[in-house]
Ligand binder design. Structure first.
Ligand SMILES: [Zn+2]
Length: 143
């Protein structure tokens, strides 16, 4: 593979900052798309999901358990609207909450996007609130 970059005829190096496809956070890198950026109408967005390689944070969460990422109902399946809530659950939780086929997939993939409605049905909102409360309690103790 050549290391030189073929420039985009209109947008030159066409830089973008890759984001993690799971958590949607920036990976802290810049990628020069050059001619690989196909659009002639607009430059690449500042942040873009360019591959399915999880970021360092997500990799460590996936080692601890199965990562569930809350996404907006009805948003694009490939690039859903992430809502900022992520919960890591044990394999046993997945086996209890999902039918076998789905559970096996989740355990193998170590991560899944969960739409709001399913998130509610799984009772995950409760964990979200609990997490927020413990953070607040910690703050109170230090002040
Ligand atoms: Zn990530």
């Amino acid at each position: 593979m050549s290391k030189s970059l073929r420039l985009h005829e209109k947008y030159g190096a066409a830089p973008t900052m890759p984001i993690c496809f799971l958590c949607g956070e920036s990976k802290g890198e810049v990628v020069l798309l050059g001619a690989a950026w196909r659009s002639q109408l607009r430059p690449p967005p500042q942040h873009m999901c360019i591959d399915y390689e999880p970021c360092v944070n997500c990799q460590s969460m996936m080692e601890q358990g199965v990562m569930l990422v809350k996404v907006r109902d009805g948003s694009n399946e490939k690039n859903p609207d992430r809502m900022g809530a992520i919960i890591v659950v044990k394999d046993e939780f997945v086996k209890d909450c999902f039918i076998e086929e789905v559970a096996d997939d989740l355990i193998e993939n170590r991560a899944a996007f969960i739409p709001e409605e399913a998130w509610r049905q799984l009772g995950l909102e409760e964990f979200e609130v609990k997490n927020m409360q413990t953070e607040q309690e910690e703050e109170d103790e230090t002040s």
